[in-house]
Design a protein around this ligand. Sequence first.
Ligand code: DX5
Ligand code: ZN
Length: 218
Amino acid sequence: MIKIAPSILSADFAHLGRDVEAVSTADYVHFDVMDGAFVPNLTFGIPVLQSVRKCTDMLLDVHLMIDKPVRYVEAFAKAGADLLSVHLEADHPTRIAQALDEMDRCGVKKAVALRPITAAEAVLPYQERLDLVLVMPVEPGFGGQAFMDHQLDTIRRVRQLIDRVNPACELEVDGGINVKTAPLVAAAGANVLVAGSAVYGAQDVPGAIAALRAAAEG
Ligand code: DX5
Ligand code: ZN
């Protein structure tokens, strides 16, 4: 079954409660945290997550595009995250493992994220213990970018790797998802599709979610 995770990066922040409610037919709410260092952009953080938590029971999927994310795992867990993704490029492997330990301690689901430059094999040290792997077919930092086709190979390869040892692990794709790319990533093995501009840029938001789901499920 395909899950759709609208990214509130493309929402209207002056009407965030309304825009979170508008995606209630989706599965997860995707929350993009950027620190102006790991990525050039800055977005929102802990107080905004606390507010979003109060207005939805949906799974809050928090994508940490920040350096040394272990420092903030507990704070985001306490603010209401259900799942946290840390980038494999954002710290040394030992500290990534510590971030996953910290997620266990805080009772949140554990995920790692891969920039386009990062090989699928980078998940190997962590794969048994992950709830989700996030593959990015765009450079992290901004919504509305074009999908890099070569990332279909990474998606397929990650699916192969995790299927061997941890078949329940979800595979999320984030960036450049629309009705054209959704079937491609689903065929490559993704089961969670993040979409920002394709959802919030549409006149009919529930219709856009249904269209993505239908396209991905073929
Ligand atoms: C980009 C973010 C994405 C972004 C996707 O760095 O991680 O979640 O919101 O936006 P679209 O779907 O517009 O590519
Ligand atoms: Zn994201």
